[in-house]
Unconditional design. Structure first.
Length: 142
């Protein structure tokens, strides 16, 4: 497969994810909320959630971001229900590391592999981190 074919494959996957962000319906009566903004590009993600014990039981997100930030929100949103604060923190750390050249986050967040090409665009890293960081911010209020 040529580099051009590989780039197209990844671009198509990113756009498909960006078009299918889960958990975008407002969450009635959320217990926790937070909004995170990427200062360089102005992208924002607002999250609302409820917990059962220490696990996320309900989640919604409002995403105003570039395609990379939207794809990240889609990947995160598909796996966030049932996660703990520690799991979200671990993901944030692993995702930041991946963007600096480290390995792709472990399952169930392995789909972040599609965003490894963004390593070369540090001005987009903050947008990619928005959904998990906003969620972590909401969870720190507990």
């Amino acid at each position: 497969m040529s580099d051009t074919d590989l780039f197209k494959l990844y671009a198509d996957r990113v756009l498909a994810l960006a078009a299918a962000i889960p958990h975008t319906d407002p969450l009635p009566d959320p217990a926790l909320r937070a909004t995170k903004r990427a200062p360089l590009c102005g992208s924002t993600v607002a999250v609302a959630l409820r917990l059962e014990g220490d696990r996320i039981a309900a989640f919604s997100q409002t995403v105003h971001a570039c395609a990379l930030g939207q794809a990240s929100a889609a990947i995160f949103g598909a796996q966030v229900i049932g996660r703990t604060r520690l799991e979200v923190q671990t993901l944030c750390d692993a995702l930041a590391s991946m963007l600096k050249g480290g390995p792709v986050p472990a399952a169930p967040f392995g789909d972040y592999e599609v965003l490894t090409a963004a390593r070369d665009y540090p001005n987009r890293h903050a947008s990619i981190l928005l959904a998990p960081e906003a969620t972590l911010l909401a969870l720190t209020a507990v």
